[in-house]
Write a protein that binds this ligand. Sequence first.
Ligand SMILES: [Zn+2]
Length: 431
Amino acid sequence: MAANVDWSAVTREATDLLREYLRLDTSNPPGNEERAVRFLAQILTDEGIPFDTVTSAPGRANLRASLGPPDGGVCLLNHTDVVPAEPDYWSVAPFAGELREGVVWGRGALDMKGMAVMELMVLLLLQRQGVRLRRGVRFLAAADEEAGSGYGVGWLAQHRPDWLEADLVINEGAFGLAPGAGQQPVFQVAPTEKIPLWVRLSVRGRPGHGSVPHDDNCADHLVAALQRLTAWRQKLRLTPIMEAHALAMVGAGFLRDSDPGAILRAAEGSPALRARLGNTVALTTIATGVKVNVIPAEAHATLDCRLLPDVRPEEFLRELRQVIADDRVGVDVLNAFEGAASPLEGEFLQAVRAVVSDLVEGARVVPELTTGFTDSRIYRVRGVSAYGFVPCLVKAEELAGIHGHNERISVENLRLGMQVLYEVVRRLCAA
Ligand SMILES: [Zn+2]
């Protein structure tokens, strides 16, 4: 049995580490994740924890640390890059690591250097406490998540698949929610995510003089196709995970009614809920034309489609072409992501339930579907269970900081996240 952890001291240490980490600008592009890897490597060296680093391109580095038996293991996954910040809109400098009234501010505080520090501290504590492990614990800090992972987990899958060896992955993808009046604290766990399908539409037509409009103007064809697409109502349905989500959210007081009809009605007024109940199509770019009096020869648009995890992209594309209903509009797929889901029940969920009910009065564990995509998808398609699980209780206004302005995490949440994560990992891995 390990000695008791002094969580106040650990929290002070983690707060300092996070502030330092946030000062390393790893905005992607260009990334410069080598800065993060140097920072983490120094800490691991000081603690005597074995690790390895690999460079996928100049300035782009990845790091993997390991404790316990070599096969499989639980991987604490994080990405070292952040999205760029617009400093003019922030009330603090985004790369200063400021601590104000118990809150650490900075780009990456939630997405996801804060979680990375919690994961790192779990590793350090296991080592310092001399916890005997029957199952290995890995810490993987990967580059380039924010730009599609081509220099991070995607690159590792191709060039260093041994780095991805694990039988369970804990990653970003779902935050816990701070309770309001009449609500219980909610810890969300995401076993799967929407599948991105990025599509480019292209139309060619007959060029001409703007003074003599004709009926083969590519811009007209594209606009007509886009009108049909934007009027296309996606069918909403409760997948098993969202059914479980709704039920648990009613129990926690976040939703009033788990009846499918009520949920579907609630989705009418909520883009966030709608995105978890159906496929979505966002028109994101339109490009055509060179001059006001010239009928162009080419027109293009891109669509960011996100599919429910059980939808086959080919099937969706067939429907999309039917809605466009115009052979002149070419449809090209820009990415080739696959989806897969980890089990909704199992050892991880059991461990999370046991730990949060021990640590947080009245807490509920709620299954969630991640609408964005994370590095977890790369593990899931390889058959490794991966869960989005950031065990902090954040408020809606804090969530707005992710990819937005004034990103921040409270010191209290850092402490809670470390405590929950440490106990979950101990339950899964300690002898
Ligand atoms: Zn992220």
